[in-house]
Ligand binder design. Structure first.
Ligand code: DMJ
Length: 453
């Protein structure tokens, strides 16, 4: 019903545009997608399919066939377009078997290739998909590319090679690893900034939240998606987690485990909502952990889940802030006004879903249900779902945006949290960072039947 409400309103007020403004009841366009249109449709395809919303899936597919157009003069974020559009199309193809999604995914992948035309092959953040000219965010340290952006292409690009028969996509992302593996890492950590021309790190800032997050996620998932044959990805993941544990993970005096940010050796005792995905990641990676550390990684996941739940529970609205701190006498609470917002993000619910699947402790379903109730009470409006400007306030101030990831991630992870484990089982599927499921490429087959189990 939540998906239906979000979808029907998007359809009614913003059909074909990127996102919905649920209060002003009109379209919302983010410059992340340039003038590529239909972000919500492409991001929602697989959720509609999984929830068996057949009519809606059919109308979404028809829109893609007739209207999804990449021959536009648009400067786009390579990362955002990859995770939402390429990822969304690939999942829609693997779930439904409809050729149009495969074709569009490969066509878009080809449009993204000029982003890799840099001296090192580390791609630009921004690309004009008509001219093929790339550049980086002007605010990024010394003209750098961002770790979480260039490090979050791997899963989709491996699948693009698999589906097109063209090795170039996989070669581009394997080269990124090569560049990373040649570099010295401060304390074994990966800085968030890397200059694509010099191949040198920018500022030594390290984060498992924004700017770093999904790079680590993709190392683990690359190994899982390769049916555990990608030993390089595996080693990079577990080495990184070791360094993160030593240098970033701390326990508050009240006993909450958190992941701090690292700036040139100094810790900022702040954790972002984005960082909360790491609970699920640690638990998902527990099985392959070296030195009998399986139980330890599950425990780490459980502790992060608990901390993130506290960040929700300590607000008036029972929805978590964008960032929360462990200093100045507070724990798991946002102290700055500009960190008190909630924009329908999925990461905490994502971690509940992984923890539920991997432990079956009923508290994760209870916590997920608390989030459902809070979303219904504070974010649901007549025209869809909206983010909130201050989760510590007793009255909602809505931000008037229904983010596309609410449909692709937040609602999908909630649905999976309350479904049986055999819906998209982890042995056969990995989720990209926008929650788009991609099949594990099993060793012994190239054939679709096995992948589609
Ligand atoms: C999503 O687009 C993805 O999950 C990304 O990795 C991080 N940010 C949003 C959701 O918060």
């Amino acid at each position: 019903q939540m998906m239906k409400h979000a979808w029907d309103n998007y359809k009614h007020y913003a059909w074909g545009l990127n996102e919905l403004k649920p209060i002003s009841k009109q379209g919302h366009s983010s410059n992340l997608f340039g003038n590529i249109q239909g972000a919500t449709i492409v991001d929602a395809l697989d959720t509609l399919y999984i929830m068996e919303m057949k009519e809606e899936f059919k109308e979404a597919k028809e829109w893609v066939e007739k209207n999804l157009d990449f021959n536009v003069n648009a400067e786009i974020s390579v990362f955002e377009v990859n995770i939402r559009f390429v990822g969304g199309l690939l999942s829609a193809y693997y779930l439904s078997g409809e050729e149009v999604f495969r074709k569009k995914a490969v066509e878009l992948g080809e449009k993204l290739l000029p982003a890799f035309n840099t001296p090192t092959g580390i791609p630009w953040a921004l690309l004009n998909i008509k001219s093929g000219i790339g550049r980086n965010w002007p605010w990024a340290s010394g003209g750098s590319s961002i770790l979480a952006e260039f490090g979050t292409l791997h899963l989709e690009f491996v699948h693009l090679s698999h589906l097109s028969g063209n090795p170039v996509f996989a070669e581009k992302v394997m080269n990124i690893r090569k560049v990373l593996n040649r570099l010295d890492k401060p304390e074994g950590l990966y800085p968030n900034y890397l200059n694509p021309s010099s191949g040198q790190w920018g500022q030594h800032h390290v984060s498992i939240g924004g700017l770093g997050d999904s790079f680590y996620e993709y190392l683990l998932k690359a190994w899982l998606m390769s049916d555990k044959t990608d030993e390089e990805g595996k080693k990079m993941y577990y080495d990184a987690v070791q360094a993160i544990e030593t240098h970033l993970i701390r326990k508050s005096s009240g006993g909450l485990t958190y992941i701090a940010e690292w700036k040139g050796g100094l810790l900022e005792h702040k954790m972002g909502h984005l960082t909360c995905f790491a609970g699920g990641m640690f638990a998902l990676g527990a099985d392959g952990a070296p030195n009998d550390k399986t139980g330890h990684h599950i425990e780490l996941g459980a502790e992060i889940a608990r901390t993130c739940h506290e960040s929700y529970d300590r607000t008036s609205m029972k929805l978590g802030p964008e960032a929360f701190r462990f200093d100045g006498g507070v724990e798991a609470i946002a102290t700055r006004q500009n960190e008190k917002y909630y924009i329908l993000r999925p990461e905490v619910i994502e971690t509940y879903m992984y923890m539920w699947r991997l432990t079956h402790d009923p508290k994760y379903r209870q916590w997920g249900w608390e989030a459902v109730e809070a979303l219904e009470k504070h974010c649901r409006v007549d025209g869809g779902y909206s983010g909130i400007r201050d989760v510590y306030n007793n009255h909602e101030s809505h931000d008037d945006v229904q983010q596309s990831f609410f449909l692709s991630e937040t609602l999908k992870y909630l649905y999976l949290l309350f479904s049986e484990d055999d819906l998209l089982p982890f042995e056969h599927w990995v989720f990209n960072t926008e929650a788009h499921p991609l099949p594990v490429l099993h060793k012994d087959d190239g054939n679709k039947e096995e992948n589609q189990k």
